[in-house]
Design a protein around this ligand. Structure first.
Ligand SMILES: NC(=O)c1ccc[n+]([C@@H]2O[C@H](COP(=O)([O-])OP(=O)(O)OC[C@H]3O[C@@H](n4cnc5c(N)ncnc54)[C@H](OP(=O)(O)O)[C@@H]3O)[C@@H](O)[C@H]2O)c1
Length: 277
């Protein structure tokens, strides 16, 4: 793994450096991806939402219905580090169904850092769903170290809400109708002390969060692969009236994979800025 941006302080000629930059420790990666200190300052909006996504060179968010064919060992290391830093992982129900999500496991390497940051042993999983057509017998709901949250609208089917609670999930209402209001989602989690947020997608949930002005940061892995086909881009939803501006915050590289990080630098879109579907 080597850092391409910001440029490394090491200005020795390339030929005299460790080939490939050497392997970064998990701790070094965790330092590089630390949440901004001001991010969770209650004087601001008190919450920071970053997304972690992988894309092929031609913009596909998955291949054969999974993101794994686009990933790599280094990508999974970054994925694990981003989880290790988060208070909560927000994920769309279709990704849970399609990728067979389980509960996060405690990792010794993050234990001290999480304790010092006042975090629980693992991030809270927050599954976003309107229909609640999820298999509540899965370990994600029945055997997490910390209870999984199910974020939904007030109009969610009451029998499914009851089934989720019976399985051990906590149900969070963040919308008046059937769906979750993307403006309210980060605030609903912050109200539970969950301020360092990570979303792992998928594209339709991310589309809602971008349109709702909730996305502060995008960690995008660019995989050196082309898939063609009909797969969605990493953000899928109604277009914003004008493109939302993001500024480059970092780029790492390993085996041709680029680990980019962008932070929102312009105004967030609001509902009024959405073009009609
Ligand atoms: N490239 C990557 O980094 C990456 C990351 C994640 C996933 N993926 C891939 O993306 C695919 C799945 O993505 P997707 O875009 O189809 O689905 P998704 O975003 O994971 O989930 C969509 C579902 O989330 C729920 N949802 C979204 N917005 C909501 C809202 N405002 N209120 C209530 N519920 C809401 C709904 O669940 P209900 O249907 O239950 O109501 C909706 O059907 C999979 O192939 C997966 O492998 C790729």
């Amino acid at each position: 793994m080597r850092r391409l941006f910001p440029p490394p302080a090491d200005d020795r000629p390339e030929s005299s450096r460790t080939p490939g930059g050497g392997r970064w420790s998990i701790e070094a990666l965790a330092d590089a991806y630390a949440y901004p200190e001001t991010a969770t300052d209650p004087d601001g909006d008190g919450v920071w939402l970053r997304a972690n996504m992988v894309s092929s060179l031609d913009g596909a968010a998955y291949h054969d219905g999974r993101s794994q064919p686009l990933s790599s060992k280094a990508d999974m290391r970054v994925f694990g580090v981003l989880r290790g830093l988060a208070d909560a992982v927000v994920v769309g129900a279709q990704t849970v169904r399609q990728e067979g999500y389980g509960p996060p496991h405690e990792r010794e390497v993050f234990a001290r850092r999480r304790a010092e940051a006042g975090q629980g042993p693992v991030p809270v999983m927050a599954v976003v769903s309107a229909g609640l057509d999820l298999d509540f017998s899965q370990p994600l709901f029945t055997r997490p170290l910390v209870p999984t949250l199910l974020v939904t609208g007030a109009g969610a089917p009451s029998d499914r809400v009851a089934a989720a609670r019976e399985a051990g999930a906590e149900v969070v209402f963040a919308g008046e109708g059937a769906t979750v209001d993307p403006h309210r989602l980060p605030r609903a989690l912050a109200g539970r002390g969950l301020r360092r947020l990570l979303t792992e997608g998928g594209p339709r949930l991310l589309g809602q969060l971008v349109a709702g002005g909730a996305l502060d940061e995008l960690c995008l892995t660019v995989a050196p692969r082309i898939t063609s086909g009909e797969a969605s881009r990493i953000v899928n939803g109604p277009g914003t009236e004008v493109p939302v501006e993001y500024a480059l915050a970092g780029v790492l590289e390993e085996d041709g994979f680029l680990f980019t990080r962008y932070r929102r630098s312009g105004p967030a879109p609001d509902d009024g800025a959405l073009t009609p579907e």
